[in-house]
Design a protein around this ligand. Structure first.
Ligand code: ADP
Ligand code: MG
Length: 233
């Protein structure tokens, strides 16, 4: 439950309001997509809801004790030159839980390999991250996020670097996790994809958040098709 959330940043010495009086109710098990123009505050809102950023005003309330996993917008590209393998990255999800000096067990290792397999990375398990494609790398970080068995998964533009084949493949996998009870809150820039996977599309713009209804989604998509038509003539 998001209540009266407000966020401002300082810009050129002046406070600039990014989000103003945001109220949202999100149910367990939902797949929610956040859309909106670049710079409108989607990433900021996602971090606030995930409690990865401090609130200035208002509240974000979890009515149950939920385990959350968050994959940030630039996490994928930062690791381009990282020497670790896909398996090592995924396995590192356990280090926070175990502390520095405990060894991962055989069971942990099996779980990491199993998760890589679930995300279609069985053959790439022992490949270095730097040798994987953008789409494979993105799946590695999602596998890592899922390994701790979260109740809620936060994803900030997970498909931004993917071609349509990989995007479709990833969303299909996410959808099946949702069907098993995972709640997903995802920032996307693709309305058609958002409509395909989510129950609710929330548009972030002009400091506020608006739920898009069926009618406005259809209208917007039809409008875009017209534009594509015009460009082709
Ligand atoms: P989006 O994800 O929709 O592109 P963001 O949430 O990243 O938007 O950013 C919204 C606005 O807040 C932008 O104008 C951005 O420059 C500003 N902003 C984001 N993070 C910070 C920060 N840490 N300090 C100052 N301004 C920020
Ligand atoms: Mg963003």
């Amino acid at each position: 439950s998001v209540r009266n959330v407000h966020k401002e940043f300082m810009k050129d010495g002046e406070p600039l309001t990014i989000l103003e009086n945001i109220n949202l109710d999100i149910e367990r098990g939902e797949f929610i997509c956040f859309l909106g123009p670049s710079g409108s505050g989607k990433s900021t809102l996602l971090k606030l809801i995930a409690k990865r950023k401090d609130l200035q005003h208002g509240q974000v309330i979890y009515k149950e004790n939920l385990k959350t996993a968050y994959v940030g917008q630039h996490e994928f590209s930062l690791h381009n030159r990282f020497p670790a393998t896909a398996y090592e990255i995924v396995l590192s999800a356990f280090s926070a839980e175990l502390g520095l000096f405990k060894r991962v067990s055989k069971e942990h290792k099996e779980k990491a390999l199993e998760m890589l397999k679930t995300l279609g990375l069985e053959k790439e398990s022992h490949t270095r991250l730097s040798e994987l494609s953008g789409g494979q790398r993105q799946r590695v970080f999602i596998a890592k996020a899922l390994l701790i068995n979260p109740d809620v998964l936060f994803l900030d533009e997970p498909t931004s670097a993917l071609d349509s084949h990989f995007t479709y493949d990833l969303l299909k996998r996410l959808k099946s996790f949702q069907q098993d009870g995972l709640s997903i809150l995802m920032v996307s820039h693709d309305l058609a994809l958002a409509q395909m996977v989510s129950q609710k599309i929330l548009c972030v713009s002009d400091q506020s958040v608006l739920a898009l209804d069926e009618h406005s989604i259809e209208e917007e998509l039809a409008h875009r098709h017209q534009h594509i038509g015009v460009h082709h003539v």
